[in-house]
Every structure is written in C-alpha cells, then in structure tokens.
Design a protein around this ligand. Structure first.
Ligand SMILES: [Zn+2]
Length: 111
C-alpha cells in the first residue's frame, strides 16, 4: 500500500483513511499513526480489495445506518460495522493482514 501524507484527506481530527491502494495520513495527526493504526488500515485495504472498493463503501454506509438505528449512537454504530470489528479485533496482530481469510468480516456482522 502507498502512504500519502497530507493535510486534506482525511477530515480534521481523523488520522488515516484507506482508499486502496492508498493510505491517506493527515500530517497534523501523524503522531497518532502508530504501527497498530497502520495495520488497521492495511486490514481495510484487504477488505476493500475483496469488495472491489466501491462495494466496501456501499456496504460500510448501509451497515452503519442499520447499526445506528440499532445502537442510537454514531460512534458505537461505527465501531460495530463488521469491517471495523475485524480491523479493531486484529490490528494488534503483526501477522494478521497477511494471514487473514477472505471475507472474515462476514462472520462478525452480528456477534
Ligand atoms: Zn477502521
């Protein structure tokens, strides 16, 4: 993946955003771009590849709306999107991005 450091993408107060094959990192948030965050973004990169990017974002937004209705809290809804559940659960595992099975996030949509 190609890391692009800038002050435009993502929005202020966010550290990084993946749009495969790029990881955009805000320069003013760079101190928060740790190995764990980098691995988290790599997991999203793998998810995006298997969802042909566009379907990743469509699914992401639809699932966020559904979980927003369920949890009534935008942050809780975000953290429970299946892509985020997989990434947060495994971003501490050094080997995970290369060893994960395709579509692993499907198993944890409702867990
Ligand atoms: Zn994430």
């Amino acid at each position: 993946m190609i890391t692009v450091k800038n002050n435009i993408i993502p929005f202020k107060n966010f550290t990084a955003l993946t749009l495969w094959p790029f990881i955009f990192v805000r320069k003013d948030e760079e101190k928060y771009y740790t190995d764990v965050v980098e691995r988290h973004e790599h997991i999203h990169g793998e998810q995006q590849k298997e969802m042909l990017i566009i379907f990743f974002y469509l699914w992401y937004i639809i699932e966020w709306f559904i979980k927003l209705c369920y949890y009534h809290n935008s942050i809780t809804a975000y953290k429970n999107i299946s892509f985020e559940r997989e990434a947060y659960a495994n971003d501490g595992d050094f080997n995970y991005p290369t060893q994960r099975k395709h579509y692993s996030w499907i198993k944890i949509i409702y867990s």
